[in-house]
Write a protein that binds this ligand. Structure first.
Ligand code: CP
Length: 306
């Protein structure tokens, strides 16, 4: 049995395989409509979510399976003090696979060690969000056709943005990939990412704080919101929340084939006027999330049709 805790749990070959399955689902959805008949997915979300929880549920329903779960810690026995370890022992009796989101970093890893069903990390604190990374990779593959020879800008909250950390982890494994990190000083990438991932791999990157200066260089721009829920201090959040706002004026500096990704939810960091630009692909990206989660569920349950 395999769990998915970190973006690096997948080899490059496994990512290629999941993407190929997702692309086949997009072309032949009927082929997959009963593959998970009789199987149940539990979504155990201790933290708010729209896309991840509902796309997991949509994925399982599209495969002919069923879903159960909770959408906040307060509505489960966690509110009475039950541990994640005990909860997953129970969920293992009720479902065949579990997607878990938790505000504490490492909670899905702890759950996996007590679980008798596959556990998928659906986001743990500021740490990791591997299925968002798979979604991002499927989006990049479909729009750019490759993961190599790209200059990728990451903009906004690069300190707490777990989707940024997971995507960097995944992309450093490809050739000729360059990163430009665009953030205020206080929200720069964590030191471990700089030393243990980027420097360790010899990946080319630079850190800047003016978006306009680097727009013309980018093949992809990954925007993120400033994560209010991770701040200890409201004053700092208010000071930093509107550090970067992408608008049509800034978009005019970008290449014709530069795409804007965003894991969503968006707050103020992308002006609504940008939504109608064909390079704004964040809503399409959210849709890709269903296909890649369908592929992942089938793979973990070992029910991928030939
Ligand atoms: N991208 C993402 O994780 O969105 P949700 O928080 O709505 O699940």
């Amino acid at each position: 049995m395999k769990h998915v805790i970190n973006a690096l749990d997948f080899t490059v070959e496994e990512i290629d395989e999941l993407i190929a399955i997702a692309e086949d689902i997009m072309m032949y959805p009927d082929k997959y409509s009963e593959v998970c008949k009789g199987k149940k997915l539990a979504t155990c979300f201790y933290e708010p979510s729209t896309r991840t929880r509902l796309s997991f549920e949509s994925a399982m329903l599209s495969l002919g399976g069923s879903v159960l779960g909770f959408s906040s810690g307060e509505s489960s026995s966690a509110a009475k003090g039950e541990s994640v370890a005990d909860t997953i022992r129970m969920i293992s009796c009720y479902a065949d696979i579990c997607a878990m989101r938790h505000p504490k970093e490492g909670a899905p890893f702890v759950a996996a060690s007590y679980s008798s069903i596959p556990v998928i990390n659906a986001g743990d604190g500021g740490h990791n969000h591997p299925t968002q990374t798979l979604t991002d990779l499927l989006t990049i593959k479909n729009l750019k056709g490759r993961f190599s020879h790209l200059t990728v800008g990451f903009c906004g909250d690069l300190k707490f943005g777990r989707t940024v950390h997971s995507l960097i982890d995944a992309l450093v494994r490809y050739n000729d990939i360059k990163f430009i990190m665009i953030s205020p000083k206080e929200l720069e990438i964590p030191d471990y990412l700089r030393k243990e991932v980027l420097d360790a791999r010899g990946t080319e990157y630079r850190e800047v704080n003016i978006l306009e200066d680097v727009m013309p260089e980018l093949d992809l721009l990954y925007m993120t919101r400033v994560q209010q829920e991770r701040f200890f201090n409201e004053e700092d959040y208010i000071r930093l929340k509107d550090s970067f706002i992408l608008d049509n004026k800034k978009m005019s500096l970008a290449k014709e084939d530069m795409f804007i990704l965003h894991p969503l939810p968006r707050v103020n960091e992308i002006a609504v006027e940008v939504d109608s630009d064909p390079r704004a692909v964040y809503f399409k990206q959210a849709k890709y999330g269903v296909y890649i989660r369908m592929a992942l569920i089938m793979k973990l349950l070992e029910v991928v049709p030939c």
